[in-house]
Write a protein that binds this ligand. Structure first.
Ligand SMILES: C[S@@+](CC[C@H](N)C(=O)[O-])C[C@H]1O[C@@H](n2cnc3c(N)ncnc32)[C@H](O)[C@@H]1O
Length: 246
């Protein structure tokens, strides 16, 4: 499947935490967990691998980071080298995970499901999780108040099939068989979140020697995306979903 132009643009840009709330939000979520050394963690749609590297360094768990973009994975691998993190990187598709049934203690997905047929992706997560294993997701949602033309434009710019509401996300998880542990409905990230990110700078993104060249098409997608998000922020939010396979 050809990569959508929004994903291509953010891949070229190569940010460290390409999900609402950023890395600070991830750290906050992880405080809900006690992770043992021998646990198996899957970071699916890992992007440039910041969360995966953090997990590997902090908990010394067996971390597998999967993405279907070779470019993203190569950025993630160079991050792991630079950060001294031991992560097993896997080129693969979330819709057909190259993992056996019931092997993972924790699956983490940050801003990936929204790009996919959600139900099929969640069924794969359910399959690979152990009984009593956790699924953590951070995904954007749209309220019913989002004007139809803006919704369609956002879907087209980002290559999305859908922008679920918070309730629709909950329905997806429940109908796959997950049980809710904790779910949060958050406002669109604002100045406070950006400030928190300043306290958690990405050690691998800002490398003065390494220039980031964006092709005009990618630049144009990113500008359109930014404008759309800013003018619709009161209609958008992001959900944090902590679920268990019972
Ligand atoms: C918005 S980025 C989020 C990256 C990362 N989770 C983060 O928070 O920084 C979405 C990621 O999902 C990956 N992705 C999209 N579709 C995928 C699929 N079918 N299988 C695996 N990865 C996929 C993209 O390549 C991209 O790295």
């Amino acid at each position: 499947m050809p990569m959508n132009s929004y994903l291509k643009a953010i891949t070229a840009l190569g940010g460290g935490s390409l999900h609402p709330g950023g890395f600070s939000w991830t750290l906050g979520i992880l405080r809900n967990f006690t992770i043992a050394q021998d646990e198996v963690i899957l970071d699916l749609g890992c992007g440039s691998g910041r969360t995966a590297c953090h997990l590997a360094k902090t908990y010394r768990a067996h971390v597998f980071a999967l993405d279907n973009s070779e470019t993203m994975l190569s950025k993630a691998k160079s991050r792991a080298l630079q950060e001294g993190a031991e992560v097993h990187f896997v080129l693969g598709d979330m819709l057909d995970l190259p993992f056996k049934d019931n092997i993972a203690d924790l699956v983490i997905i940050e801003s990936v499901l929204i790009f996919l047929p959600v139900r099929a992706a969640l069924q794969e997560c359910f399959r690979v999780l152990k009984k009593k294993g956790y699924l953590v997701c951070v995904e954007m949602f749209a309220n019913g108040s989002l004007p139809e033309n803006e919704r369609e434009e956002l879907k087209s710019v980002c290559g999305l099939n859908q922008i679920p509401s918070y309730q629709e996300w909950l329905n997806y998880f429940q109908s796959t068989g997950f049980t809710f542990v904790k779910t949060l409905q958050n406002k669109f990230p604002g100045a406070l979140e950006s400030l928190k990110e300043l306290f958690n700078p990405d050690p691998c993104w800002f490398r003065p020697k390494e220039q980031v060249f964006l092709d005009p098409a990618s630049l144009s997608v990113l500008i359109k995306y930014k404008r759309l998000m800013m003018r619709n922020k009161k209609h958008l939010g992001f959900g944090t979903f902590i679920l268990i396979k019972e």
